[in-house]
Design a protein around this ligand. Structure first.
Ligand code: HAM
Length: 436
């Protein structure tokens, strides 16, 4: 701990202060997400971070790891059992019903950006407070909606600098709960006969949710699953589920989203029906999912609404930044900002520069300045570079006498003089006054 840290108070494990370049990177990815999601017709929905605990137990499934082991839950001072949201879908469904969207619109398209909380063991790409960027469509039965959702994610990734080929899109069809029930019985019987060969975690899965054995990462369990005498889940699905899935595949082909089938992908939340998908990136290590989602046709009904087709995804912002750093460091790099750094020395120039600063801001430009009178030009230029201001506007004693300023393009190392009066107009299309 450095001596400047307040003694005894540090941030909690698995949480992060986001500042400097990292805050800029967060903002860049978030605003790209907002732009792409809006282009696809999604509207922002901000749900509370704190909800009744029961919302998540019922939506995600009370036997899931997220609910059993990872949720931050507590009784508040009026003894209400609440939880910090571990994901966004449950809150969106609650808000959709509570705000009567099911009665006022036949299709609701929402996006969200914000922190989620899971008490997992922190490691690379796994935090206790992390950030998701997600979309949800409710009132969407068509397989084209699944494809549109996946396509939206692919377009967003491309916008931030992750190209197809940098990541894999894995797809599976897990059908409806009643279709899985039949498979669960035969698969469970097969695994029980091979119980001794399963890992410890899978012994627990065998008791509570046998299908989770399908995506166990342990090699022994994987071999057992692949050699399964119980056949595949796909063999137990209805014609309707199969047709839906084939239509999703065709629609993805039509918009050029490369995808592969992963018949063992099952996902860790109980609400999924039919389509599930994951976007994975090799540079993420063991936590390799950049984003994931699927269809959840039963969730609105579970909370008392009408049967409603729904599909969505959530991407992990911190994981996107790891992938970007590994993949396209130049895209992750922070470039010059369109900011004017006003540089002045001496009392009179400083006062004039301060008035100029206000004029520039009033004209809608980003303008900053060190207001202390005793800074050297060298240290002021260093500051301008540090904040990555594209433009330095210099106002010294000489400039004041001739009522001019020097403008330096710090990115391309060019310099020109301009009249101080009416500078707002020059600065507004400043790029045209410099090459590059
Ligand atoms: P999820 O797979 O639990 O799905 O999380 C989605 C993404 O959030 C993951 O792929 C990962 O990038 C990120 N993520 C999850 N946990 C952590 C963590 N502890 N630290 C850092 N990143 C993490 C859901 O949350 C569903 N609600 C997705 C969805 C939306 N399905 C339908 N609509």
């Amino acid at each position: 701990m450095s001596s400047s840290e307040p003694q005894g108070i540090q941030r909690l494990k698995g949480t992060e202060d986001i500042l400097g370049d990292r805050a800029v990177a967060f903002e860049r990815v978030e605003s790209a997400a907002r732009k792409v999601f809006k282009d696809f017709g999604f509207k922002e929905l901000r749900t509370p971070y704190l909800e009744e605990k029961d919302l998540f137990c019922r939506a995600l499934g009370s036997g899931t790891d997220v609910v059993q082991k990872e949720m931050y839950e507590f009784r508040d001072k009026s003894d209400e059992l609440v939880a910090l949201r571990p994901e966004g879908t449950a809150g969106v469904v609650r808000a959709y019903l509570e705000n009567n969207c099911h009665k006022t619109e036949s299709l609701s398209k929402f996006f969200y950006v914000g922190p989620m909380f899971r008490r997992e063991r922190p490691q690379k790409g796994r935090l206790r407070q992390f950030h998701q960027l997600g979309v949800e469509q409710l009132g969407a039965d068509s397989p084209l909606s699944d494809a549109e959702t996946i396509h939206c994610l692919a377009v967003f990734l491309e916008t931030i600098g992750l190209k197809a080929g940098d990541y894999r899109v894995k797809l599976n069809n897990i059908g409806y709960p009643e279709e899985r029930r039949a498979y669960r019985a035969v698969f469970g019987a097969y695994l029980t006969a091979h119980r001794a060969e399963l890992c410890e975690d899978c012994h627990v899965r065998l008791e509570h949710n046998v299908l989770r054995v399908l995506d166990c990462k342990q090699e022994r369990c994987r071999q057992l699953v692949r050699a399964s005498g119980a056949g595949r889940l796909a063999d137990h699905l209805s014609d309707d589920s199969k047709r839906h899935h084939e239509a999703v595949q065709r629609a993805l082909d039509a918009v050029g989203v490369r995808h592969e089938e992963d018949p063992f992908m099952i996902r860790g939340l109980d609400y999924y029906t039919k389509t599930v998908f994951e976007f994975t990136h090799a540079k993420l290590g063991s936590q390799d999912a950049l984003a994931a989602g699927g269809r959840y046709d039963g969730l609105v009904e579970l909370f008392g609404g009408p049967r409603t087709g729904a599909v969505g995804f959530a991407a992990g912002l911190e994981r996107l930044l790891i992938a970007l750093q590994a993949q396209a460091p130049e895209a992750a790099e922070n470039g010059y900002e369109d900011t004017c750094f006003v540089i002045a020395r001496g009392e009179e120039p400083l006062n004039e520069a301060y008035a100029l600063l206000a004029r520039l801001r009033r004209a809608g430009l980003a303008a900053v300045m060190d207001l202390r009178p005793d800074r050297s030009f060298k240290s002021l230029f260093n500051q301008a570079n540090k904040v990555r201001a594209r433009w330095a506007i210099v106002l010294g004693e000489d400039e004041l006498k001739t009522r001019t300023v020097k403008i330096k393009d710090l990115q391309h190392s060019q310099e020109r003089s301009f009249p101080l009066d009416g500078l707002e107009a020059v600065v507004k299309d400043i790029r045209n006054h410099f090459q590059g």
